[in-house]
Design a protein around this ligand. Structure first.
Ligand code: SF4
Ligand code: SF4
Length: 388
């Protein structure tokens, strides 16, 4: 307990300034019900304000890390609370999402995390991916890369979900890169999990090992740019890796939506005759500020783009991130269903996102019946192959 106090007690002043205004639970004039777990469980305790009260009690020695462990893991770290909170101490200075992650790391150090997450961390450490997949699957995709040299201008970091669960996204990305005549390579079995599931669930020591390995392998290929089709991998490289690697990450990083927004030209495309709506993944949108490029790509490739009620920085989470789908399936699925219903409400023919995990969420919530579900890469490929 003493270490926890040393680690986060400086935040007590900030925590105590919470207004208990409930907006992180119920919303405000701009957005309603922004927090997935407090919607699902129906209690203030699951909102940021509730978590703040629990943390104050922890820092004052009234409860233990073990007491708040279950609460802290029922949060998708979506960041909607930080966006909506108008209290500068909480929404700004405290850096709510980093703070929640730090608490998880303390819970792990204390060994009072839910056992399932310990099993996940062991699995990632052993197999270098969270799905018990074989590294050869990553090598199989490598054969599709255009770059035959070891040194290549672009590395496409595929990510575990697109390798083992949503292979169609990896395949679409590879086809697009080939179509655009990009000299690119893949790391194959040298690509390890980016570490996102471990950074989010508090297993930072193992995550740091993965980060060091990935950066070393990328640097061996001397690319000027690394491209990601997974919002989670991209956020992890952009926001977590620099804390571990420091200044040695001398390559540019781009999400595929940013890359395509620069590269797509009218002559390549025949617009797909459908109306689409776009779901901002929390990692890419709210947390990295990438809102315009995916929309730009959709405006170039679809007939019409319509927005859901909650969009951009006030977008609603798909419910699957930060280890929630792994251990709290009902909470994850209910959240995904509610977001899917919002997409259906727009009247769009297709729901497009830019993260393999979001796509999985919408498919598991029953998408593709009332509305077609696509990753942006698949949708763009449709527009390009339409041309032939
Ligand atoms: S965290 Fe912010 S929005 Fe939530 S109750 Fe406190 S002051 Fe209000
Ligand atoms: S990060 Fe998202 S899920 Fe977690 S408390 Fe904030 S709004 Fe709720």
């Amino acid at each position: 307990m003493k270490r926890v106090l040393e680690g986060v007690s400086d935040r007590l002043r900030l925590l105590k300034s919470c207004w208990r205004c409930n907006e992180c639970w119920l919303g405000d004039e701009k957005v309603s019900l922004p927090c997935p777990p407090s919607n699902y469980y129906g209690y203030y305790s699951y909102s940021a304000g509730g978590r703040i009260i629990a943390t104050e009690a922890l820092l004052e020695g009234l409860i233990s890390l073990k007491d708040i462990s279950h609460l802290m893991y029922k949060c998708t770290l979506c960041g909607a609370c930080a966006e909506i909170c108008k209290n500068e101490n909480i929404g700004g200075e405290l850096k709510l999402i980093d703070f929640f992650e730090e608490l998880r790391a303390e819970i792990v150090r204390e060994g009072v995390h839910p056992p399932k997450y310990g099993e996940l961390a062991e699995r990632v450490e052993k197999n270098k991916n969270p799905y018990n997949g074989s590294p050869e699957n990553k090598d199989a995709l490598k054969g599709e890369a255009t770059g035959r040299r070891r040194g290549c201008d672009v590395v496409y970091f595929v990510g575990c979900t697109s390798t083992f669960r949503r292979k169609e996204i990896a395949e679409a990305t590879i086809k697009l890169l080939r179509r655009l005549n990009i000299d690119f390579t893949l790391l194959g079995s040298d690509e390890w999990c980016c570490g996102s599931p471990l950074f989010r669930t508090g297993f930072k020591r193992i995550a740091a090992k993965l980060a060091r390995h990935n950066v070393l392998e990328i640097k061996k290929r001397k690319p000027s740019k690394v491209i990601f089709s997974c919002a989670g991998c991209y956020k992890t490289f952009k926001q977590d890796y620099p804390n571990i690697i420091g200044e040695e990450m001398d390559f540019e990083m781009q999400h595929i939506s940013q890359f395509l927004s620069n590269k797509l030209s009218g002559s390549l495309i025949n617009k797909v005759k459908v109306t689409v709506t776009y779901h901002d993944p929390c990692h890419l949108g709210r947390q990295l500020g990438v809102f315009n490029e995916p929309r730009d790509v959709l405006m170039k490739t679809a007939d019409k783009l319509v927005e859901m009620k909650r969009n951009r920085n006030f977008s609603f989470c798909c419910g699957f991130g930060a280890g929630v789908r792994f251990a709290h399936e009902k909470l994850a699925r209910r959240t995904a269903s509610s977001r899917l219903a919002e997409a259906v409400e727009t009247g769009a023919d297709a729901l497009v996102s830019t993260c393999p995990f979001c796509k999985t969420a919408f498919l598991e919530a029953g998408g593709n019946s009332e509305i077609k579900i696509y990753d942006l890469t698949e949708f763009v490929l449709k527009a390009i192959t339409n041309k032939q």
